[in-house]
Design a protein. Structure first.
Length: 442
């Protein structure tokens, strides 16, 4: 993962697993990576078809999972003529796909059969993916089956998925989780999610959008306006992936790195049925910050460094300490921390836990900083040294990361200051000609 890099989902037309996969490919991941996934899941005869399509004039990537029989997971049947023209796609685990009342031991693994939670977890455990992807995928399938179980009043282990829906869900869920890992994002955020309106036809009758399992899975997630979207917009697979990715709201300020569009199956004439994925990095060039300060006259100086470390770990962007004179002529220290508004509670708690203060002062301030990014430069010993690049009006300014410099200097027996100058000269040559504000490429 690259510190500071994040993915922002913009599900204005809804969210499904295939739309996420398409957006990941459109944002720069290679097609052959995704097409190798079925074999790594144990389905060597399952194919991944990838197409470039237009959705209301927007170019997007369409992903389709095809079983050997040619079967694919199709749209949820819509109810009513107007809705039928706009229904969304990929109802992977609607009530017409789940059969929770089937006996637990009844497993079919051929076309038309079913897979239960234990089957899905076993496939994930055998898959050729990282341990992190396995753990998150297993968590997603447990969430999905628990939600289905609550809807139908049965145990999660009794929920069964048709073979087509199960294979499609495995590719979607494992593929999306692995895709974000390969993209190198540190976190995934989401804008408000569109659910859609109208009705869909299920095995147990006509049901209102959103499907009951979707409402279970999206508890606590911010929901946006439906706009022109009618029919199902967000599928259970899309909803459970939001939960597995722990997607919260985007940061207040961020800088764009790349964009990808993942297409849904339908192509309505009045809105693009596609998911937009934004690859970004957090940008704190300007924004509101909180200053938290305390004066200490009874803390031994040797404990000042542990206090500083605790304040930084709590979210402090900058910690300053300077000597001052307290009442009755006692020497003391003023400790001042700058932090984002979201970290003020944690920073305050760190003050109380790691110092002797009985109170802190907090004030609001506006911070303006230069655009910044990070590159890596090879040191003479072959190791990678991180270098911070500030884009100033006069051009890039570089500063090597102290710990990396010290490690390289120690390995070669050279002075750290001399090593820093050499690394920074290499970095300056590397970024020469870079436009201010330009970020490193993917």
């Amino acid at each position: 993962m690259m510190p500071g890099r994040l993915a922002i989902l913009d599900p204005a037309a809804g969210l499904s697993g295939d739309m996420l996969l398409g957006a990941l490919l459109d944002a720069g991941l290679p097609v052959d990576w995704l097409q190798s996934l079925p074999a790594r899941l144990g389905f060597a005869d399952v194919e991944i078809a990838v197409h470039r399509v237009l959705r209301c004039g927007v170019s997007a990537t369409k992903v389709e999972v095809r079983l050997p029989s040619g079967a694919t997971e199709g749209p949820s049947p819509a109810y009513g003529g107007e809705v039928a023209g706009h229904a969304h796609d990929h109802a992977h685990h609607h009530p017409h796909d789940a059969h929770p009342h089937e006996p637990q031991g009844h497993h079919h693994h051929g076309p038309g059969g079913h897979r239960h939670l234990a089957d899905l977890l076993a496939i994930v455990e055998r898959a050729e993916v990282t341990a992190t992807v396995k753990a998150r995928a297993a968590h997603a399938f447990r969430l999905l089956c628990e939600a289905e179980g609550r809807v139908h009043g049965v145990a999660p282990e009794s929920v069964a998925l048709h073979e087509v829906g199960a294979v499609d869900a495995l590719v979607d869920i494992v593929g999306v989780l692995e895709g974000f890992e390969r993209l190198g994002v540190a976190r995934v955020a989401t804008r408000p999610v569109t659910l859609g309106t109208g009705w869909v036809r299920a095995a147990h009758g006509v049901m209102a959008v959103p499907a009951p399992v979707v409402t279970q899975l999206l508890a606590g997630v911010e929901i946006g306006p439906n706009g022109p979207v009618t029919g199902e917009a967000t599928t259970p697979t899309g909803a459970v992936l939001l939960r597995a990715l722990e997607a919260g709201p985007p940061p207040a300020r961020w800088r764009m790195l790349a964009t990808g569009w993942g297409a849904g199956t339908r192509d309505p004439h009045d809105y693009p049925n596609a998911l937009r994925l934004l690859v970004a990095e957090e940008a704190a060039e300007a924004g509101q910050v909180i200053t938290v300060a305390a004066d200490l006259d009874d803390l031994s100086p040797e404990y000042m460094d542990p206090l500083r470390e605790a304040l930084v770990a709590a979210g402090g962007l900058d910690v300053q300490v300077w000597a001052t004179q307290m009442k009755k002529g006692r020497p003391g220290f003023r400790v001042e921390v700058i932090c984002d508004t979201g970290a003020v509670s944690a920073v305050t708690e760190a003050f109380f836990l790691h110092s002797t203060t009985a109170g802190v002062r907090r004030s609001v301030a506006e911070r303006v900083t230069l655009p910044r990014r990070q590159i890596e430069v090879e040191a003479p010993d072959g190791s990678a040294v991180r270098v911070k690049v500030l884009d100033t009006p006069a051009g890039p300014r570089v500063k090597a990361e102290f710990e990396d410099v010290r490690r390289a200097a120690s390995a070669l027996g050279r002075p750290a200051l001399e090593m820093a100058r050499e690394i920074e000269a290499r970095a300056q040559a590397q970024v020469a000609g870079t436009a201010p504000g330009r970020s490193r490429s993917l």
